[in-house]
Design a protein around this ligand. Sequence first.
Ligand code: PLP
Length: 412
Amino acid sequence: MAIKDIKEPSVSQWRKDFPILQSSVHGKPLVYFDNGASTQKPACTIKKLKEFDSQSYANIHRGVHELSASATEEYEEVRKQVQHLIHASSEKEIVFTRGTTESINLVAYSWGETNIKQGDEIIITLMEHHSNIVPWQMLCERKGAVLKALSVNEIGELDLDEFKSSITPRTKLLALTHISNTLGTINPVQKFIEIAKSNHITVLLDGAQAISHKEIDVQELDCDFYAFSAHKLFGPTGVGILYGKKSILDLMPPWHGGGDMIKNVSIEKTTYAETPSKFEAGTPNISGVIALGASIKYLNSFNIQLRMKQESDLLEYGTIRLKEIKGLKIYGESKHKICTFSFLVDGTHPYDIGVLLDKQGIAVRIGNHCTEPLMTHYNVPGTIRASLSFYNTKEEIDQFIKALDFSVNMLR
Ligand code: PLP
């Protein structure tokens, strides 16, 4: 069935589902273009958070009482929702963490400790978020391993040939962002994974940005790990997901020790729970996970193709309109990108632009976006980043361009 034949909500209906989009900032209607940092929550997720905390809250996994049993059931149901969302083959491959950062650190410690030896090599890229750089740097320091970073070209793309030629018999891991949070580039991860697999290299994908913009199928991708955060998927903060192939997770030692990750404890020796519990020590963000379930249910209530179509329209329109501003340079002009615009305007400082846009109700992010090596590569201190989502509109882009034009003229 063609997209136009599917009776599903339009952007004006979507906007009504997100209460914050009806609010004002500095007396101006909010234009929320900071989705790369955190997406907003639909009313059903906010309702679920409130309802669960006020009527159904109890700690999970260890109670015999009704509230605990039903909270456990709801919590574990979300694990299955996440499994289906990313097409994992089993819910046991879904580990709940506090966020993408923690998911990557989990792999760097647990997998890294057992699989990386002195002289081994880990490949990352210059466009990685600090969360996908620092844990590997720390691992390399602990182990005496080598960290290599693939370069990024002028329009914000990686080079597969550079990857091929960087591989040596000592290369053990490729840690790559699926979509760049600064440039918006959608990396050809499938091709990277094919090359990695034929060289027996383990692959971790940082899916923090991709999870809200693309349909993810970890089995089709054949990545070994996939990490993302609920707060970038229209869900709450403090919840993250680590997908890992069960065969790999099973061989990894636990990371944090404590309650919930054990089978039996004696003073002499502890035996550990099965995957994924062995990676989930302590009381997790129960309400957050359960509310994430509401966000996923909301996203499943309409076709993802509609969201993607809206986003590609915004990308096309935003690119045209931004180029009308004299002296504006966009960082990240790959043909394969999401509707994230990083830019600088000649003769102005990004901070000043950010502040002036805010006064006009427009929320953008300025700075290095936790991608300092990328900023160094482009020889800029930072950029202005407008990151849009499916609930944004062309009218908002018009407001943004008007406010940007006004700010630039004022500063020049
Ligand atoms: N990776 C990418 C690509 C991101 O965009 C972010 C957050 O902006 C992260 C990792 C870190 O996510 P979190 O702060 O939720 O752990």
